[in-house]
Design a binder for this molecule. Structure first.
Ligand code: FES
Ligand SMILES: [Fe+2]
Length: 342
């Protein structure tokens, strides 16, 4: 059997908070587990295995009644803890009738689920994406369902050198690939930084800044295992001190990314693009979200094609260059988490 590619004892985003409601059941796959999600009347979340205890019909085909999910096939009911609460045509409930329930919570506009041992689910371990609902920031995002190993997106985000080649019409130019980066790690996170001085601004950044002249540009990438990556990125007019810490003359974005494995070769990529300027400009929010979505499609095309080759050539190694230092470290942490569960 092939080695596991993801740990189970971790929080993964399974949906945007607004996608899980009280009247319908959302079906998702996370780490090879089928999950049915809904909300109770008090807005709390419920997540159970999406296969009925009776004959394995998907519970997501059913409906919600008094906070419980009703199986569409023969009407068994289960509560959010997975216990059967009603069996039609019999007075008592068969002992042991239950489905697996998953720890689940709302945080930073996302629904996070813990597919592993429920006893280990510690809410303080949810990766930090607070910019997504911080009043000092605004923005929006989307979900990409991609046909690839989630770690290929981790690789992609931990090394933004690819912007020069994949995104040359928007956020990339030669300055990105020409500037070396610095990688640091502490066992719990990995940080990659790249500071570009006195460069031409790529088209997307020129438009955001709205000023002529060369810029200083920063990219600070932070990985939290197993699959959350926050980009602190921006540009400012050259020499205004942005690279020394004064960003007041520039523009600053956070790109929030978390890529949850559905299976070994498919994933759900949740992302959000947030800014700390022009907070009430709704048109800008839409424009930025749609621009970013089209930039990310450029990644998806390359990475899904890469996955096809990887699947066709399972014995070929993925080689590691200087530019891969960040993803190398990130993958080491993922490997360690998987090994600890073995
Ligand atoms: S399969 Fe669900 S009630 Fe029979
Ligand atoms: Fe990209």
């Amino acid at each position: 059997m092939a080695a596991p590619t993801f740990p189970l004892n971790a929080w993964y985003v399974v949906a945007w908070s607004h996608e899980v409601g009280k009247r319908s059941i959302l079906a998702r796959t996370i780490c090879n587990k089928r999950v049915a999600l809904w909300r109770r009347a008090d807005n709390s979340l419920a997540a159970v295995e999406d296969a009925c205890w009776h004959r394995l019909a998907p519970l997501s085909l059913g409906w919600i009644e008094n906070d419980d999910v009703v199986c569409k096939y023969h009407g068994l009911r289960f509560n959010g803890q997975g216990a059967c609460t009603l069996m039609p045509s019999q007075d008592s409930i068969s002992p042991g009738a239950c489905v697996k329930a998953f720890p689940v919570l709302d945080r930073h506009r996302f629904v996070w689920i813990w597919p592993g041992d429920p006893a280990k689910a510690d809410a303080s371990l949810v990766p930090d994406m607070h910019w997504n609902d911080d009043p000092a920031w605004t923005g929006d995002g989307k979900t990409m369902f991609a046909k690839c190993d989630y770690r290929l997106f981790v690789d992609n985000l931990m090394d933004l050198t690819h912007e020069t080649f994949v995104h040359s019409t928007s956020i990339g130019n030669t300055a990105v690939a020409e500037t070396p980066m610095e990688t640091t790690h502490d066992g719990k996170s990995v940080t990659v930084q790249r500071f570009m001085q006195d460069i031409d601004a790529p088209p997307f950044w020129r438009a955001q800044l709205g000023k002529p002249g060369n810029v200083d540009r920063w990219q600070i990438i932070r990985f939290e295992p197993p699959c959350t990556i926050v980009l602190d990125v921006g540009v400012a007019p050259t020499g205004t001190g942005a690279l020394q810490g004064d960003r007041s003359q520039g523009v600053n974005l956070r790109v929030l990314n978390t890529i949850s494995p559905e299976t070994e070769t498919t994933c759900m990529y949740f992302w959000s693009l947030v800014r700390n300027y022009k907070l009430h400009d709704v048109t800008l929010t839409t424009l930025q979200r749609e621009t970013n979505a089209s930039i990310f499609v450029e990644d998806q095309i390359v990475i899904e094609a890469q996955q096809q080759r990887i699947s066709e050539m399972p014995d070929m190694p993925l080689r590691t260059l200087n530019i891969d230092a960040g993803s190398f470290r990130a993958r080491k942490i993922i490997e360690r988490m998987i090994a600890e569960e073995a």
